[in-house]
Design a protein around this ligand. Sequence first.
Ligand code: ADP
Ligand code: MG
Length: 681
Amino acid sequence: MASLFDIDIQQLNGVGEKRAQLFRKLGVSSVGALLRFYPRTYEDWSHPYSIQEAPYEKPCCIRAAIASRVTETRIRKGMTLYKFRVCDGLSVMNITLFNNRYAPNLFKEGKEFLFYGKVTGTFLRREMSAPLFESADHGVRIRPIYSQTEGLSSRQIEQAVRQAFSWLPASVKDDLPADLRERYQFPHLKQALSDIHFPKNQEQLEQARRRFVFEELFILQLGLLRLKSRRKSETHLRLCMDSTQEFYRLLPFAPTSAQKRAVAECMWDMSQGAVPMNRLIQGDVGSGKTAVAAALCYNVAKNQMQSAFMAPTEILAEQHYRSLTSLLSPAGIHTALLTGSTTAAARKDTLKRLQNREIDVMIGTHALLSEGVQFARLGLVITDEQHRFGVGQRAALAAKGNNPHLLVMSATPIPRTLALMIYGDLDVSILDELPPGRQPVDTFWVDSGKRQRAFRFIKKHLDSGRQAYIVCPLVEEGESNLAAAQQYFEQLQQTDFSGYSVGLLHGKMKNKEKEQVMSGFSQGEIQILVSTTVIEVGVDVPNAVIMLIENAERFGLSQLHQLRGRVGRGTYKSYCILISDAQNEETKRRLGAMCRTNNGFEIAEEDLKLRGPGDFFGSRQHGLPDLKIADMMTDMEILQQAQEEARRTLSQDPSLCHPEHRGLRAEMFRLFGRIGEGGWN
Ligand code: ADP
Ligand code: MG
C-alpha cells in the first residue's frame, strides 16, 4: 500500500487539476490517502423502514412502490417540481423531487424503489422531499458519506474511492503485524478497506472500524512511546553542577514549594545522564511556570550549555524575553529574542552569536524552528503553552541539538485519563500551589443592564492606581470582529472612559504596534486594555486587577479561565466580570462554574463534562496529530489495548527496523510528520 501513497490523486480518471485541489483541501493528495479517507458516516439502506414505522426528521431508508403517475409543475424559471405517491402495501407517502426531468420516465407505477431521506409532514400525510433513491433490485446496502467540500460531493468522492480500490493489487501488504491481527481477529487490510468504505452489513463495518481505530491508536502510541524512549543521550549534556540556590537568590520573591519541587525534579532528570529529560510541567495560570523555566535555563547556562525557549505568540515570546533578561542578565547570562518580526540584520547577528555560543538562552516563536537557527551546544528545549504546538514541532526544535533535554509547560489542565494518552511520552510535574498572597479572583456574572455599574467599579480601581482588561464583544459571523472592536474601543474612549488612558490590542495589528501597546500597558501608561482574545495566553501584568468579558457566553470554559488568569497575578484583590444576557442551560452552567471556582482542574473537569472529550480533541488543545477515526470517548478500551501492544512491540523491536514493522514505522512518520524524525532517533 505504501506505493499508492506515492501516486498522485490526479492519476485517477476523472480527477483533473481542479478536483485534485479540492481533494487536497480535504487532506487527500494521493491514491493511498484516499483509501485512508474514511467515511464520516453512513446511510444505512440495508434495513428499509415501512412508511408507518419510519422515524421523523431523521434520515432513513424506505422501501416502497410507485403508486401514482408523476406530475410536473413548473413553479418558476429554473424550478420544476415532480411529485408522486409511493406505497409500501400499508401506507402511502408523497415524494417531491426538484428539477429531475428523468423522473416521469424513471418512476413507473408499480416499480419498487428505495428512498433515502427525512420523513416530514403529518401522521396522515407523510412526505419526503428530495430523497436519494435507488431501484429496489439494485441491492444497495450501506452507503458511505464522506466529508465533502464545496465542489466535491460525497458521491464523487465515493466514485474516486471505488476506482482507487480497484487499483489495489490482489495481495496488499498489511502494515499491522499478522500476530496482532490474529489475536484481535482484525480483518486483513484489503478486506477492512472494502468494509469501511462499502460495508455489506453493520457487523462488517464494526469489524473494520475496530481495526482502523486500533491501528490509528497503535501507531500513535508507538510514536509517543518512541519519543519517550529516545536513545541514550550523549553524556556531555549531563548537568554536573546544580546552581539552583544561587538562582533563587536572584529572584525578587521566594519560590513556592511547588516551584522548588518542579525545579528539583527537572534537575534530577538532567543530571542523571542516562536519558534526556522529557518532562511536562502542568500548572494553573499564574502558578509561576516561567520562574521554573528560568531556573533551568540558569542551571543549563552555568553548565556551559544553551537553552531554547519557544512560545506560541510574539507577545508571549517578548514577555518571556523581558522577564528572563531582567532576571538573568545581572548574573552574566546572555539572552536573545528571535521572532518573525526580527529584522534581517538583527537576525543575522543573533544567529551568528548563537553559533558562537555568545547566547545562553534563545527565546522566540516558531521562528526558532527555521533553517539557519543553529545552536553551538543546545542542552535544553522548553516549549511554553505546549498545547499550541504539535508533537512534531517539539521534536523539530529538539533536533537542533544532540538529543537535548525537553521541558514542556502547559496551563491547560487535563483530566488524568486523557493525560495518559496525550502525554504518554512525558513525565509530569504539577505546580499545585499559587504564589503566596494571591487571593482568589472574585467572579461575577451580570447582564448587560449592569454594564454601567461594572464600568463605575472599574473606574474606582483605576483611580486607585490599578489597571483593567476589557475583552471586546464578539460579533456574529459575517461582520468583522475587527471593526466591532475598533468601534467598541472608540466608544469607550470617548464616552465611558474619557479622561482615562485606553489602549486597543487586536490580532491584526502589526507586531511593532502590539509590542508598543503591550509595553505601554505593562508600564502602566495605558490604564485599560481593550482587547480581542489575543491576550488569552500567558500575558502577565500584576497591576491589572479587573477582567471584564463582554459576550461571555461566546467563550468556552477553558478560554474564560485563561482570560481570568490575566488578573489576580499580584497581591491586589482581583475581579472578573462576565457580561452576558444568555439564558440557556449550558451557558448558565458554564458561567456558574466560573463564579463557583478558581481551580483550573475543576474547571477542566466541568468543561469536559459539558463538551465531552471528542470536542476536547477536536479543538486541538493537545498538539497531537489529528485522529481520523478513533474517538477518545467511545474507544477508550481499544486505546488501552493499543497502548499495551505498542509497549510489547517496542520492547521486542525498539527501533521498528524488523521487516515486518517497516510499514508501521513509515506510518508513524507519516502521522507525526517527517519533521519530527530527527528528534526521535
Ligand atoms: P504562569 O504559570 O501562568 O506562566 P507566570 O510564570 O507568568 O505564571 O507567573 C505569574 C506571576 O507570578 C508573575 O508575575 C511572576 O513574577 C509571579 N511569581 C511567580 N512565582 C512567584 C512566587 N514564588 N512568589 C511570588 N510571585 C511569583
Ligand atoms: Mg505562562
